[in-house]
Write a protein that binds this ligand. Structure first.
Ligand code: AVI
Length: 309
């Protein structure tokens, strides 16, 4: 595993546009930092999504109609998924996330509160195709809240939606939340909070990489840099070198790899795409979802859709 990750990082860090995959954000510390981000005043997506879900709870439950299995994609602390239990009444809850220990603890806690729901936790990388052969005959509701879909490149979104539409096997749908395009100031603040939690979340990826592969990134050499790229309709997060730095990736038995960065060089860590409602609905339709219902907040900051096959 260590060797595979080292190879992956060696390739991504020495590419024309050096990058670290956003999956490296989510170790134990990173997952907790993200929980704090969601509490921040500036990070409106969580609040807006909750407002929409609360306001239209009955409508979303009616749209979902019946649910054998709630498949929570990117479940995290499982709070959002569990908030649907009373309205859509799933018989099974299947929680998926990249961070295994964190997810297992959250599901174990939840199981105590809802003993009647059959629950399971699965460590899954959502960038790979998903398959649920054991759930084929059941009505599935895929749940993907929090605009996590915004972290996929648009072409990846198309593949992901097509995969999910197929995995519904003609019975079920996708309940999804996505961040909408809005004024640049609001977007900028959401990813540059004055408390510096988003900066810590971004920098923590370096600590996680050090822990996983034994590299020697020093936090004081890097700073958080996030801005809205209007032409791509996305927030870009980067880590910017504060001075000239050299980072060593251990060679695991062969020679170590030294990578040099000059002051001001960037490591791209995340894109967070923002859509218009029309663009997003069109993507769902093209992927094979036939019936799409949407709800939004009064400022139209955020969008929740239930897309049925
Ligand atoms: C997980 N994802 C939806 C967050 C976002 O807004 O793109 C990750 C994040 N990055 C910085 N702040 C939050």
């Amino acid at each position: 595993m260590k060797q595979i990750l080292t190879q992956e990082l060696l390739v991504s860090l020495t590419a024309d546009i050096p990058s670290i995959s956003p999956k490296f954000f989510y170790d134990g510390v990173g997952s907790h930092l993200f929980d704090v981000i969601m509490l921040l005043e500036e990070y409106y997506p969580t609040r807006m999504e909750k407002l929409i879900m609360d306001t239209y709870q009955r409508d979303t439950a009616n749209a979902v109609a019946h649910c054998d299995v709630l498949v929570d994609l990117g479940a995290g602390n499982c709070i959002k998924g569990s908030q649907l239990f009373n309205s859509i009444k799933p018989k099974q809850y299947r929680a998926l996330d990249i961070s295994k220990e964190y997810l297992e603890a959250a599901v174990a806690d939840l199981q105590k509160q809802f003993p009647q729901i059959e629950m399971s936790a699965h460590a899954v990388d959502l960038s790979l195709p998903l398959a649920f052969p054991d759930l084929q005959a059941l009505r599935k509701v895929f749940f993907y809240p929090g605009s996590s879909i915004g972290n996929f490149d648009p072409e990846k979104v198309d593949q992901f939606f097509t995969n999910l539409a197929h995995e519904c096997h003609g019975n079920g749908g996708l309940l999804i939340g996505v961040d909408l395009v809005k004024d640049t100031k609001t977007l900028h603040l959401a990813y540059n909070d004055p408390l510096g939690v988003t900066a810590a979340f971004n920098l923590n990826a370096l600590l996680n990489v050090n822990r996983l592969i034994g590299s020697n990134f020093q936090l004081q050499d890097w700073e958080h840099y996030a801005f809205f790229n209007a032409s791509q309709s996305r927030i870009e997060m980067h880590l910017r070198a504060r001075s000239d730095v050299q980072v060593i990736l251990p060679g695991n038995g062969s020679q170590d790899h030294a990578i040099s960065f000059s002051a001001g060089d960037l490591i791209h860590t995340e894109n967070s795409y923002k859509y218009t409602q029309e663009q997003f609905v069109e993507k769902l339709r093209l992927a094979g979802f036939a019936d799409i219902q949407c709800w939004t907040d009064p400022n139209q900051y955020f969008l929740v859709c239930f897309a049925k096959v």
